[in-house]
Ligand binder design. Structure first.
Ligand code: SF4
Length: 70
């Protein structure tokens, strides 16, 4: 699972920060920061964005990163 965020369309409404319950989304220095390691409801956070600046992507490539050990 990976969070993609487009700061060019973000209107800095900070709804995603409010929706974040575990510190996964923070606003610091005029920029948003996403920490995918936090146990947030990421689909809900992405859904609450009024301009769809947040996208949650799940790809086999990201979950199989450690399977190529041979
Ligand atoms: S909810 Fe969307 S528009 Fe609002 S601050 Fe977060 S990413 Fe930006």
């Amino acid at each position: 699972m990976k969070i993609f965020y487009d700061e060019n369309i973000c209107v800095r409404c900070l709804a995603c920060v409010s929706e974040s319950e575990c510190g996964g989304v923070t606003y610091d220095g005029g920029r948003l920061h996403f920490d995918e390691t936090q146990a947030e409801d990421w689909d809900n956070i992405a859904a609450i964005c009024p301009v769809a600046a947040i996208e949650v992507r799940r790809s086999p490539d990201w979950t199989q990163q450690r399977s190529h050990t041979s």
